[in-house]
Ligand binder design. Structure first.
Ligand code: M6R
Length: 606
């Protein structure tokens, strides 16, 4: 959460900082701010709301200075207003921060005792005053080193100094931070996406490191203030800037891009010539693994849950699934023969990273399924399986979800085949069906009129439910999450068979209920559960797949039929109408689809 940018140049920087902040807005968007150095002073301008508000401020437009920092905020401490917006500055120092300072109350008490005056309710402001205090007796390197050692919690920082008009300091612990290199200028950014329009040469800071960015060179230090050398990575040319094009929202574009996501994943991981799976470099022998634990948050957690069904179906492995924020604090019994798999689009989610770190510290086997390959989770996992879906900007994850479940499905097939749980013929049939999946997703995407119409009913209701059994249950959870986060409608995902144990009491006349009942092994059972909710007055939107068999049930409000394929792959197709339902219902409500309220794309705080 929160996005940071810093530019040290020989040209004025404010307009470029504002443009970069627009790219970072997916990380947080409740307030924004900028600080530059000019005429020997720190100038700071901040505003509540979006970067557009900041840009409209006439003072920003005339802002001078060839060195500056900027920030978009996702509030943790203090209301989302212009006072709490970053940068926070004293006369001498200005700071932008992503993360949480856990000992800020204690530090504030100490600093107030020394005569420092605080203006905001944020934890960040203590960093400004600590550096200011330390600079009274130390040089810049020592004061930064000392300040960082006093801070508990997580941070990525960008800092400028009134008396050091030629440098920006960047520092990282827990929250991501990258340095970029340009012609006669250098940059600091929360991620390479914000820097892409300026450079494709990047260095990522590791935990505990800090750097001094000058116009013509960058120096890196470890936590003890000792100079270190770091590699400059060249981002691939594929990683061009990602734009909305003719689409109204990034989310609409990302939904439509899903056939490409699947094609990319299949191209990368399926050996079409030998009808095999291109994952040859797994660093462990199969007899070293007897169970698998999959860990993630939000949509990524749903991907883990989805793959549990596949791993159990296709392999003899014992399978567990965990929510990262729970796993990281539980008393886990780490087992040497367990493979821990971390699923994350951004690769920076704080809880998922902490769970990975815990596994690494306990000497476990770790693998990650990520979209951002330069991310912390990818860098710190023993084995990485990228999903290759390209940049995802919409806060509500769509193409990354399909990308994640695709790779997890392929991994389940791989484990099933190398362990001898899956016969060669069976594998070959499943791979054949998989190759056809992008086309089926394309066809399913092409039918959406009904969804636009039914979305109004969901908007008018007090709440809604999403039901499924077996392979469809994780998809029901994902559908409910999409509707919640985009349309702010209460939506509950439930295993259809569980309704009678309590939630059935929620059903009242006219309540919209989505029932996922593809013609798989669970079909008849789910249809019975559907009849139970219809009998209690629910308006059922049935999502099934095309079949020559008639649906034997009365009083179904609406039916949507996706394409047909083997049972394993139906979850991919069932996901499409649910993403569209959430999209259209938010569109009708006029909500900000790419940036839903209270949320951020990359959750880098606990
Ligand atoms: O970047 P990650 O995949 O680790 O993010 C995990 C969740 O924060 C994310 O999936 C979140 O639930 C999405 N907003 C859901 O659409």
């Amino acid at each position: 959460m929160c996005g940071i940018i810093g530019i040290n140049s020989n040209k004025p920087v404010s307009a470029t900082i504002i443009n970069s902040l627009k790219k970072l807005e997916y990380r947080g968007y409740d307030s924004a701010g900028i600080a530059t150095l000019s005429s020997g002073l720190i100038n700071e301008i901040k505003s509540e709301g979006r970067v557009d508000n900041l840009e409209k401020n006439s003072l920003v437009q005339s802002m001078q200075g060839t060195i500056g920092i900027g920030h978009v905020r996702w509030a943790t401490h203090g209301l989302p207003n212009s006072i709490n917006a970053h940068p926070h500055s004293s006369q001498n120092v200005s700071v932008v921060h992503n993360g949480i300072i856990e000992n800020s109350t204690l530090l504030k008490k100490f600093l107030v005792g020394k005569g420092h005056k605080f203006k905001s309710q944020t934890d960040t402001e203590v960093i400004v005053h600590l550096i200011t205090e330390n600079l009274k007796s130390d040089d810049i390197i020592n004061s930064i080193k000392k300040t960082l050692k006093s801070l508990h919690g997580s941070f990525a920082l960008g800092i400028i100094f009134k008396d050091q008009p030629d440098l920006i300091v960047g520092a990282r612990r827990g929250s991501p931070l990258a340095v970029g290199y340009g012609p006669n200028e250098n940059y600091l950014g929360s991620d390479s996406y914000a820097l892409k329009s300026m450079t494709n040469k990047i260095t990522y800071l590791n935990d505990g490191e800090f750097c001094i960015i000058k116009k013509d060179h960058v120096e890196f230090f470890n936590e003890d203030g000792v100079k270190i050398n770091k590699k400059i990575l060249q981002l691939s040319s594929e990683e061009k800037e990602y734009e909305k094009g003719d689409y109204k929202h990034f989310m609409a574009k990302e939904i439509e891009e899903q056939p490409i996501t699947l094609k990319n994943g299949i191209k990368e991981y399926i050996d079409t010539v030998n009808n095999d799976i291109n994952i040859y470099n797994i660093p462990w022998k199969q007899n070293e693994i007897s169970s698998i634990t999959l860990i993630g948050c939000g949509t990524a957690y749903h991907s883990c849950l989805m793959s549990k069904y596949w791993f159990e179906e296709l392999t003899s492995l014992e399978v567990n699934v965990d929510i990262a924020s729970e796993f990281r604090y539980r008393k886990n019994r780490f087992k040497k023969d367990t493979l821990y798999v971390f699923v994350s689009q951004s690769g920076e989610t704080a809880d998922t990273y902490a769970a990975l770190d815990l596994c690494n510290k306990n000497g476990m086997k770790t693998c990650s399924v990520v979209n951002v390959i330069e991310s912390s989770i990818a860098r710190d996992s023993e084995f990485v399986l990228p999903i290759h879906c390209g940049t995802e900007i919409g806060v509500a994850s769509t193409k990354a979800f399909l990308g994640q479940i695709l790779i997890l499905y392929i991994l389940a097939l791989k484990f099933g085949s190398v362990r001898g749980d899956l016969e060669k013929k069976e594998l070959s049939e499943k791979l054949k069906d998989l190759k056809n999946l992008p086309k089926l997703v394309e066809e399913t995407l092409a039918t959406d009129n009904k969804i636009q119409n039914v979305s109004s009913t969901f908007n008018e209701a007090k709440g809604s439910m999403f039901l499924g059994r077996g392979f469809s249950y994780p998809i029901a959870l994902e559908g409910a999450l999409k509707l919640k986060e985009l349309s702010y409608i209460h939506a509950e995902g439930y295993p259809a068979g569980e309704m009678k144990h309590g939630p059935l009491a929620l059903i009242e006349d006219g309540m919209p209920v989505v029932v996922l009942a593809p013609r798989d092994n669970y079909y008849k059972k789910t249809i019975s559960n559907m009849q139970e909710v219809i009998a209690r007055g629910a308006k059922v939107l049935l999502i099934t797949n095309k079949s020559s068999d008639e649906i034997i049930s009365e009083n179904i409000w609406e039916t949507i039929e996706v394409e047909s394929t083997n049972d394993d792959l139906l979850p991919f197709l069932l996901t499409i109408p649910l993403q569209k339902l959430a999209y259209y219902s938010a569109l009708k409500k006029g909500f900000d689809i790419d940036k839903p309220r209270n949320l951020a794309k990359s959750v880098t705080v606990e």
